[in-house]
Design a protein around this ligand. Structure first.
Ligand SMILES: Nc1ncnc2c1ncn2[C@@H]1O[C@H](COP(=O)(O)OP(=O)(O)OP(=O)(O)O)[C@@H](O)[C@H]1O
Ligand SMILES: [Mg+2]
Length: 493
């Protein structure tokens, strides 16, 4: 039995495995293949390596690693006493992998020595490529401990897809990114916030260092937070909504409801009623079906109307004095009202595209705001606007940042237009495969690692990152809104 000789077998095998060299070869100077002994291996996918030979040193990043087993020898033991003779093959295990070259002269090389890069080496390389554009410090490299990682602010002139399963830390990390954009750049931001997660974005956290806190307080005046029940009310005016949106809100189909649709059209042609009351009054003489529809749907009782006192959010959209507008959709009474505001805001930004004023449009919980299968006509319109902005908005300075835990439920034509990816923990293989298919610039092997990310960990790739990097997000400056329900009920009695 081999079991009787296990220690000897192991000793033989390790003496062979110890002789495996840690070397790498590149035929094109851009990618490399490596082999290394398994013992003490410290080259995880996403990690950094130094490749050295007589021609110099290059920094590389390992993208994938696997175990390879090869038959190396045959061994045998004589039988003794009752024990039979034993023969066995020794299989030796080698780590093999692939990676990309991050720095160096771009020349091919053969059998360069490879070792893990030190955090200092990685940091020095990052500093070299920092350039002149604003850097947004968002956290640190997970595989080069202590090395800060910053986004390239210029990368936000592309659309960004931000995803991860529920509780992976998306909204928190999104907050970290938005705070840095507000602190370090002049980009205007509009946030569609279905969960009221940014309702306290103007309040600084107690633990923040004083210089940063002071900078945040100076910014806070330019943060306009609109809530259904807040001092600055989240509201719109009927006359600002286009014909299509009004018809969608009234659930009017141009063919099935041709009488009422024609009545709405002629009302809008004649006088553009400023309020629903005015619209109902205008239809009174004929006890119109349209008036009944408005009443029966309860639209005239929605809290989202500006009425006499409210200042419409559409009027102040893009106001140069406002750096960031938070639209707290979660504070509205119904899904229809939230969808109406989303559709109106996206439609208005698109209509004003000719102004070419750069704005980052953040859509959190995008699977509800612009889903692949919209449940109603208003959401379908919001989705259509988002798709158009995704396809054509960039040249007008309309940049999307789309955040979700359900990538398969977001309209595909929005995701596929994204050139930046921030991927947090995602346990679902099918969600990951979907993201990988739509965003092929993200290295597949690193993408697969997202199943084991911890809270606050992410893969970032695209124009906003110097290279596809595994990072850990840092701390927020402003208070979180909403928040999860406290799990006090779980403590023992
Ligand atoms: N980097 C971090 N440091 C400390 N706490 C964090 C960090 N990231 C997230 N959290 C906390 O973890 C919890 C979940 O985070 P978050 O709400 O951002 O997740 P999410 O992915 O947006 O979830 P959902 O999909 O349900 O909205 C929150 O209570 C948040 O405060
Ligand atoms: Mg969230």
């Amino acid at each position: 039995m081999i079991g009787d000789h296990l220690d000897e077998y192991r000793a033989l095998r390790s003496s062979l495995e110890e002789r495996i060299l840690a070397i790498a070869t590149s035929v094109d100077g851009r990618r490399f293949e490596l082999q290394a002994p398994l013992q003490g291996l410290a080259l995880p996918p996403g990690g950094y390596a130094m490749l050295e030979d007589a021609n110099g040193r290059r920094l590389g990043q390992v993208l994938s690693m696997r175990l390879e087993q090869t038959d190396a020898a045959e061994v045998g033991w004589e039988g003794s006493g009752d024990g039979p003779a034993v023969r066995s093959r020794i299989t030796i295990r080698t780590a093999r992998g692939e990676g990309v070259i991050l720095s160096g002269d771009g020349a091919p090389f053969h059998d360069a020595a490879i070792r893990p890069a030190t955090p200092e080496e990685v940091e020095a390389w990052l500093a070299e490529g920092a350039g002149t554009r604003a850097r947004l410090p968002v956290g640190e490299l997970r595989l080069a401990p202590g090395v800060p990682f910053a986004f390239d602010a210029g990368g936000f002139d592309r659309h960004t897809f931000f995803c991860g399963q529920s509780g992976s830390g998306k909204t928190y990390s999104l907050g970290v990114v938005l705070e840095q954009l507000l602190l370090e750049t002049g980009l205007q931001i509009v946030i569609l916030d279905p969960n009221s997660d940014f309702a306290r974005l103007d309040q600084v956290r107690d633990e923040v260092d004083e210089p940063t806190a002071a900078r945040w307080r100076a910014l806070a005046g330019g943060i306009d937070i609109r809530s259904g029940d807040g001092a600055a009310r989240l509201c719109v005016r009927l006359r600002e909504l286009g014909r299509t949106l009004q018809a969608a809100m009234l659930r009017l189909d141009p063919v099935d409801d041709r009488g009422e649709h024609a009545e709405l059209d002629s009302l809008l042609d004649d006088q553009q009623p400023a309020t629903l009351e005015a619209m109902i009054a205008a239809t009174q003489p004929t006890a119109s079906e349209l008036a009944l529809r408005i009443r029966n749907l309860g639209i005239d009782r929605w809290g989202v109307w500006a009425r006499d006192t409210g200042e419409s959010v559409l009027a102040s959209l893009g106001d140069p004095g406002v750096r960031c507008q938070v639209l707290d959709l979660g504070s509205l009474d119904s899904h229809e009202e939230a969808a109406l505001v989303s559709a109106a805001v996206l439609g208005t930004l698109w209509e004003r595209r000719a102004q070419r004023r750069p704005v980052l449009i953040v859509i959190d919980e995008a699977h509800n705001v612009c889903p692949s299968d919209p449940p109603d006509a208003i959401t379908a319109l919001a989705t259509a606007h988002a798709v158009r902005i995704a396809a054509e908005g960039r040249k007008f300075g309309l940049y999307l940042l789309v955040c979700t835990q359900r990538p398969q439920k977001v309209e595909e034509n929005i995701i596929s237009q994204c050139d930046n990816l921030v991927l947090m923990r995602m346990a679902s293989e099918s969600d990951l495969a979907h993201v990988g298919e739509l965003l092929s610039f993200a290295p597949r092997a690193l993408l697969e690692g997202a199943t084991s990310f911890r809270l606050g960990e992410a893969l970032v790739a695209g124009k906003l990152a110097s290279h596809p990097a595994l990072i850990r997000f840092g701390r927020r400056v402003a208070e979180e809104g909403g928040g999860d329900v406290e799990a006090g009920w779980a403590s023992g009695r």
